[in-house]
Design a protein around this ligand. Structure first.
Ligand code: PLP
Ligand code: COI
Length: 359
């Protein structure tokens, strides 16, 4: 009995002790953690799901996820709050978005309860990998839904795996933190009107790799897309939505059916309106006609958080937003602070946006 109690004590200590990582200098990279959550859909029903240790997915060579990209994913983060609590940010919206994506790709919906259970269990089981408060890092959570089993013809898979993997990460862009990034308008399109740009299909992303490569050759961090019909209206960056501060306390963001409805962007727009009294607008934004009215620009998303944009490349030249060169402007700084304070429990969460993971 004493041995058993000792073992339990060791296990508890191991669970809460932090891994030996350089938390302040993590990049946005995959780190293998101890557990992942997996549930299987077969014969029209989901299994309960369980924690597993192997990071390898054994997949049939005929799987529709491989041939026809019948696959989608989500992204959210767990953060350590000042008081030690572990907080998720609006995870139900990720569950809802995955359900919308699944329906669009003819995949079975992962019920909200299963989605949230998978996220909670994966975070709880990997608590030693959750970056400490103040490190600027977080535990990135990547839920995946993939069509497995074999299929030759173009039809939906008969079985699916819902998996939740996690990895400690630092800033998404190499410049890090609130350093200015740059974007280059792409000649290529990311998504068509009435296509899949508004859902989180994995298939939306490889088409952007080439555009990103071209953007990087110009010295930009990432590609920026205009609408594919006219190449005139701003859409979004490869992995983030766009927000723009204008004179008269205005914050605008592109309205388009071809962009991902970012949870971060929706939250920032609400914060701007409610906490800063800004006038917010979601509308078509004609880049060339309006660029001179852009006072501050930022890319935003779970991975990108809020990344101020210093300059945009289009029509063969750079358009700079900051005369002072390297410093983030006051509006984006304030929005970033308010968002981060909320996400890591430093500010009253009167809208109940954060959800604690009970350890
Ligand atoms: N746009 C794209 C294409 C993305 O991949 C992401 C990331 O999920 C976002 C925007 C930001 O969305 P969210 O704030 O929900 O993470
Ligand atoms: C996220 O921000 O969670 C994303 O999924 C973007 C991804 C391309 C890193």
């Amino acid at each position: 009995m004493r041995l058993f109690l000792e073992m339990m004590k060791v296990k508890a200590v191991q669970a809460s002790a932090k891994q030996d990582l350089d938390w302040n200098n993590l990049g946005f990279e995959y780190t293998k953690t101890d557990f992942r959550f997996s549930a299987i859909y077969e014969n029209d029903a989901w299994s309960e799901g369980e924690l597993i240790t192997s990071e390898i997915i054994q997949i049939h060579e005929g799987a529709p996820a491989l041939h026809y990209a019948q696959q989608c994913f989500e992204g959210l983060k767990a953060q350590t709050a000042k008081d030690g609590r572990i907080l998720l940010f609006r995870p139900k919206l990720n569950a809802q978005r995955m359900a919308i994506t699944a329906e669009r790709l003819s995949m079975p919906i992962v019920p909200d309860e299963l989605f949230l259970k998978g996220v909670m269990e994966a975070v709880r089981a990997n608590q030693s990998w959750i970056p400490p408060y103040g490190s600027g890092a977080s535990l990135y959570i990547r839920p995946l839904l993939i069509g497995v089993g074999e299929n030759m013809g173009l039809k939906p898979a008969k079985s699916y795996e819902f998996r939740v993997m996690v990895s400690p990460v630092g800033p998404y862009y190499k410049s890090g933190g609130l350093a200015l990034i740059s974007l280059a308008v792409s000649d290529f399109d990311r998504a068509a009107p009435h296509g899949t740009g508004d859902v989180k299909a994995g298939a939306n992303y490889p088409v952007g790799l080439y555009a990103t490569k071209k953007a990087k050759e110009l010295g930009a961090n990432e590609a920026l897309y205009l609408d594919s019909a006219e190449h005139r209206y701003l859409e979004e960056a490869g992995s983030a939505n766009i927000i723009i501060a204008q004179a008269d306390n205005k914050l605008i963001t592109p309205k388009s059916d071809a962009i991902l409805p970012s949870i971060t962007r929706r939250s920032i727009m609400a914060i701007a309106e409610q906490d800063l009294g800004m006038k917010i607008e979601e509308r078509a934004i004609d880049l060339r006609a309006e660029v001179d009215s852009f006072v501050e620009v930022a890319a935003c998303g779970t991975a990108a958080v809020l990344s101020p944009v210093g300059k945009i490349w289009f029509d063969e030249g750079w358009h700079n937003f900051y005369e002072n060169g390297e410093q983030v402007g006051p509006v984006m700084q304030e929005l970033y602070d308010l968002l981060c304070q909320l996400q890591c429990g430093e500010r009253e969460d009167h809208l109940d946006w954060t959800q604690e993971v009970k350890l």
